[in-house]
Write a protein that binds this ligand. Structure first.
Ligand code: ZN
Length: 160
């Protein structure tokens, strides 16, 4: 069967940036299993996978606007160093976990100046054109319960 809305897709993938560096890969690990058409993957990759079937291999180049978007200056926050007391020493480039009005988020410390710390809440892959190599291993229809939950159950999915 072909990949359409509410297909459960099992696939191996490798993600590279424009320089050819591997950013993420399922090689050597369990393949990725996802429910198609509910926003589980970035939009550009779901679009490329639509209509594919088991054993298909594809290379997809996904621009930022169909992936993690553009960097936004309003996602830079300047906070006081005091908020980090008791934690390990702050260093530029380190990742910190923080609470936002939309729940916990990971930010990168992008600057430290006196008592001011600049946190960058942009996605690390914002502004990055993504190069995917994908091998579709299996396609099946989702169970009604999986559709209701919006995720895959069983092997490679949620266990509950
Ligand atoms: Zn569930």
């Amino acid at each position: 069967m072909i990949i359409a809305k509410e297909s459960v897709v099992t696939m191996h993938y490798t993600l590279k940036n424009e320089a050819g560096e591997v950013l993420d890969t399922s090689a050597g690990r369990e393949p990725l299993v996802y429910l198609h058409g509910v926003g589980g993957l970035i939009p550009g990759l779901e679009k490329e996978l639509e209509g594919k079937q088991a054993n298909d291999k594809l290379n997809a180049v996904i621009p930022p606007e169909e992936a993690y978007g553009s960097r936004r200056d309003d996602l830079l926050r300047v906070v006081s160093k005091e908020g980090f007391q008791g934690e390990e020493a702050l260093v530029e480039g380190m990742r910190v976990q923080l609470e936002t009005d939309r729940g916990p988020a990971v930010a990168v410390v992008s600057g430290i100046e006196g008592e001011n710390v600049t946190l960058d809440l942009n996605h690390p892959l914002a502004d990055v054109t993504l190069h995917f190599e994908v091998e579709v291993l299996n396609v099946r229809e989702a169970e009604a319960e999986e559709i209701a939950h919006g995720h895959v159950h069983g092997e490679g999915g949620h266990q509950h």
